[in-house]
Ligand binder design. Structure first.
Ligand code: S3P
Length: 172
């Protein structure tokens, strides 16, 4: 197994990928990357604006480009947007280049955390029934990650420690 394998964090919106990823990267002294932030930096506007002006299809192209731009020979910790692991090609890319950790938080917690979904157009534009179906459908894809961490009740620090423990077992 190559030493340069990265760690990708996947999961539904609001499950804590960015916060946990930042802690994991800090503890492992690795660079931290966030595909959503990279999309915004490269586009020069917010994700919401991209959806509004160019639609979801364009956003998906930009996030795929952002993910590819993170392919370096160095190991890093990458928090991904909640839809990125759903694409077959994108999934293969992550699996080939690293270890994929799924942060699995129940819908009730996701709802609490993201509220009306400000800055998250796919959530803010949908009602509770759609949100549940959308959430359940996506879990099937996230289950293809290398491991799952229950993000229900632990603090971000505790989750980061769990992710590191599981990732280390696969890294070595
Ligand atoms: C999306 C999740 C968002 C962001 C975009 C689309 C999705 O990222 O990429 O709004 O399809 O689940 P977070 O998972 O960081 O909220």
């Amino acid at each position: 197994m190559s030493e340069a394998r990265s760690l990708f964090l996947v999961g539904f919106m609001g499950c804590g990928k960015s916060a946990v990823g930042r802690i994991v990267a800090g503890k492992l002294a690795l660079p931290f990357e966030d595909t959503d932030r990279r999309v915004e930096e490269r586009a020069g506007c917010s994700i919401e604006e991209i959806f509004r002006s160019s639609g979801e299809g364009r956003f998906r192209e930009l996030e795929w480009q952002a993910l590819q731009s993170l392919a370096t020979p160095h190991r890093s910790v990458v928090a991904t947007g909640g839809g990125l692991f759903l694409g077959v090609v994108q999934r293969r890319f992550m699996k080939e280049r690293g270890i994929v950790a799924w942060l699995d938080a129940p819908l009730e917690i996701v709802r609490e955390r993201i509220g009306r979904g400000e800055g998250r157009p796919l959530w803010s534009a949908s009602d509770a029934v759609f949100q549940r179906a959308f959430f359940e459908k996506r879990r099937a894809a996230y289950a293809l990650a290398d491991f799952r961490v229950d993000a229900r009740s632990s603090s971000e620090e505790e989750l980061a420690a769990l992710v590191i423990e599981r990732a280390r077992a696969l890294w070595h």
